[in-house]
Design a protein around this ligand. Structure first.
Ligand SMILES: [Zn+2]
Length: 184
């Protein structure tokens, strides 16, 4: 599929969407349901569908792995301090593409393709790609812990840890992450 086909299809779909926009232009920028989700960019995940969200309901922050990165933390801090959320869901998933490689392997891949893509692969040495080591559960617990112990995150915010099963569409609670993330 060429890029032009994608652009045409996207604009046609947007025309339909805007045509049925109704009164959504009057929505507040404060999430009505006062929660935020951090999840993976994986194309199989549709957080609005699997958690029942409509426009105006919640913040959804996505990145490779659904990791608690510096930038995810930045967004969550703004989410609670300026936009009023008080409950956060970290949702990682089974069969995540961020498992099964290391930073060194990612850097080697950029180096191997450097000529073909016309890039300077040395720059990859300055990027932590944040691949997932160990199990998803272990990784989720580490990420929830990182958020729970961040100096700017109030103890009153509940942080949930869930794993989305890409084969069933189900959210599975991670008890250890829930324990760490509980509000006090
Ligand atoms: Zn993923």
């Amino acid at each position: 599929m060429s890029a032009n086909v994608n652009v045409k299809e996207i604009l046609a779909a947007n025309e339909d969407y805007a045509g049925a926009f109704g009164d959504k232009g009057a929505l507040s920028h404060d999430p009505a349901r006062r929660f935020a989700i951090v999840t993976c960019m994986d194309c199989r995940l549709d957080p609005a569908k699997f958690t029942g969200l409509s426009e105006g309901d919640a913040h959804v922050i996505r990145n490779a792995g659904g990791r608690v990165t510096e930038d995810a933390i930045r967004s969550l801090l703004i989410s609670y301090e300026m936009l009023g959320t008080n409950e956060w869901f970290i949702i990682q998933h089974t069969h995540c593409g961020m498992q099964g490689f290391t930073n060194d392997e990612a850097r080697a891949r950029f180096a191997a393709n450097a000529d073909r893509h016309g890039i300077d692969a040395n720059a990859a040495h300055y990027i932590d790609f944040m691949p997932i080591s160990g199990t998803i559960e272990e990784n989720l617990v580490r990420d929830v812990h990182r958020l729970r112990t961040h100096p700017l995150v109030p103890a009153s915010i509940t942080i949930h840890g869930y794993i989305y099963d890409v084969h069933t569409g189900r959210l599975i609670v991670c008890e250890e992450a829930e324990k760490i993330g509980a509000a006090t």
